[in-house]
Design a protein. Structure first.
Length: 101
């Protein structure tokens, strides 16, 4: 969506976004099935981030981390991410003592 506004400007980008959304609904056949394709924007909220942090601290949830990379190995992290099929999150740390193999 943002690439459309970058490419076509605000008005043209919004028009392109509307067209893309309409085409996605038509191509998917969603409308014929009584459904629709929708887009949403999500922004982090401090209270939500704090609540997640509390749940992790209390071991109520455990984030799945596939691998921790050093900052210097960030290109390798991007390469792994672009390969897909991740089994957890990739983490980049400034603290080299926390790097996993």
């Amino acid at each position: 969506m943002l690439s459309n506004t970058d490419k076509f400007g605000l008005v043209g980008g919004m028009a392109q976004n509307a067209l893309d959304l309409a085409l996605a609904n038509i191509k998917s056949g969603a409308v014929a099935k009584g459904a629709t394709v929708r887009w949403g924007f999500f922004l982090p909220v401090a209270a939500g981030i704090s609540e997640i942090n509390d749940m992790v601290s209390e071991k109520k949830i455990k984030p799945v981390v596939e691998k921790v990379y050093s900052f210097a190995d960030m290109p390798a992290a991007f390469e792994r991410m672009s390969g897909g099929h991740l089994r957890g999150k990739l983490v980049v740390t400034m603290d080299s003592s926390k790097v996993t193999n």
